[in-house]
Write a protein that binds this ligand. Structure first.
Ligand SMILES: *Cc1c(COP(=O)(O)O)cnc(C)c1O
Length: 456
């Protein structure tokens, strides 16, 4: 499989290069040259596989010829050996909602599902001969998942940029109590978009990127997306009739993986993009104008994002693979602060996606109702997707993606139901552990200087 950039389709990279680089040299995002559809009989065959074997079939499509199926099988077996449920993910039926729990990995959020695999890919692709410096921006969950996947890996340093005081206490503690020589936590005095922008600027600085042999594991890395496609297939096969998915959305990575699953032939009806008050995606899907506003802190901090990077990948399709048009829109975004979609383009988006905004008041009410009626505690991100799922009008069954364990958002749960959530076993001594992180001004030069000094 070869890869192009959303801003230049004549580029040609193999899987290994796009994995290491994360972002295309022109600032665009990598996309596979083509995506093949599974036939009906192939889908039938896939439906009989367990989670890992299904993962091998799907992921290998995108990694060939760099990694073969048996190499991927080894990766997945190892990556998921520390998940706390046998099938990696679990589906629960609660009221009309089919909840797909994706948070049974080491850091209690769905990010583990891709990140545990990615952590092992550096070795499998033989990329860690030369020291690699991975820089990642996090809105709270990516950072801890990356740390769990990369701690104590030789020849890899990991720098995690999180927005200072804008993530939950437990999210921060899980990240900053990891005592490993190769992990650096940086609290940037800004919001997630600032962190992500700094990472993108470092990637686009060819000299800096080469100098430190930089790599990235944010959801702009295509490897994240392909690992996330798997659970859409797995969940669909539990029902085998047309389904909707409702997805708590921030950077548009998770729900975009659902869109790729649909392109690969999975009979998905609608993909519901659930947002909190940072509703850029529900605004663009409902009105056609992509216009980031100021980030508002909310009760679902991992979705406090206004620049949904992966949306650029969808634009490439919506613009009929017109790479110039993607570049032009992105230019307009950085110069004028917005761009507008044409009616035809918006229509194409609406064939696949619907969107709802769920505010904090509703999020609290949903958590409370769910607890009172069914004795089940939702985390605030999943709660937005549950709220959005109830607004879907078609006849298909809806599967809600459960993206985090409620323990990560203790304070919010307490606010909603007046009760504490018990820590899962692996975090019972979290409060006693010592935190380690450095606070840095939201200035690119300061961040670069910090990194350069640490890796000397
Ligand atoms: C990252 C995250 C999201 C948003 O996922 P995107 O791929 O960025 O859209 C939703 N919920 C939780 C708990 C997350 O950690």
């Amino acid at each position: 499989m070869n890869y192009i950039s959303t801003r230049n389709k004549s580029l040609n990279f193999d899987f290994s290069s796009i994995f290491l680089r994360g972002l295309a040299p022109d600032g665009g995002l990598f996309l596979p040259k083509e995506i093949n559809k599974f036939s009906e009989s192939e889908l039938k065959g896939l439906s009989e596989l367990n989670y890992i074997d299904l993962g091998v079939e799907i992921i290998s499509k995108f990694c060939a010829p760099v990694l073969n199926k048996s190499e991927i099988k080894l990766l997945l077996d190892k990556a998921y050996s520390n998940f706390s449920v046998k099938n990696i993910v679990e589906i629960k039926k609660i009221d009309n909602i089919n909840l797909l729990e994706l948070y049974h990995g080491p850091t209690l959020a769905f990010k583990d599902i891709a990140m545990q695999v990615i952590g092992l890919m550096y070795e499998a692709l033989d990329l860690n001969k030369k020291k690699i410096n991975i820089i990642v921006a996090t809105s709270g969950d990516t950072g801890s998942a990356a740390i769990a996947a990369l701690k104590e890996k030789k020849n890899i340093n990991l720098f995690v940029l999180h927005p200072h005081e804008k993530i939950s206490n437990i999210q921060r503690k899980i990240m900053t109590t990891c005592d490993s020589y190769n992990i650096y936590n940086i609290a940037v005095k800004g919001n997630f978009d600032d962190c992500q922008k700094a990472v993108k600027q470092m990637f686009n600085d060819e000299h800096f990127r080469e100098k430190i042999n930089m790599s990235g594991v944010n959801s702009i890395n295509w490897a994240r997306i392909i690992c996330q496609i798997v659970y859409y297939f797995y969940a669909y096969f539990q029902f085998s009739s047309k389904v909707n998915f409702s997805v708590p959305t921030g950077n548009f990575g998770d729900v975009y993986a659902g869109y790729i699953a649909k392109k690969m032939g999975l009979p998905i009806d609608k993909l519901m993009v659930a947002t909190n008050e940072n509703d850029i995606l529900s605004r663009v899907i409902n009105s056609g104008e992509y216009k980031p506003l100021k980030v508002k802190p909310s009760l679902s901090p991992s979705m406090d994002i206004q620049i949904a990077s992966n949306f650029e990948r969808l634009l490439f399709d919506v613009f009929n693979s017109d790479d110039h048009k993607v570049s032009k829109s992105m230019k307009s975004l950085s110069v004028n602060g917005s761009f507008k979609l044409e009616e035809e383009e918006l229509k194409k988006i609406k064939e696949n996606f619907i969107a709802e905004k769920i505010n904090d008041t509703d999020t609290l009410r949903i958590i409370k109702d769910f607890f009172v009626n069914y004795g089940f505690i939702l985390d605030p991100h999943t709660a937005t997707a549950v709220g959005a799922a109830y607004k879907i009008k078609n006849k298909s069954k809806t599967i809600v993606l459960g993206t985090a364990h409620p323990y990560k958002f203790l304070e919010t749960i307490k606010l909603a139901i007046g009760k504490n959530v018990d820590p899962p076993k692996q975090f019972s001594d979290l409060s006693k552990k010592i935190e380690k992180f450095d606070i840095i001004d939201n200035k690119l030069e300061d961040i670069k200087k910090y990194i350069t000094e640490k890796i000397k």
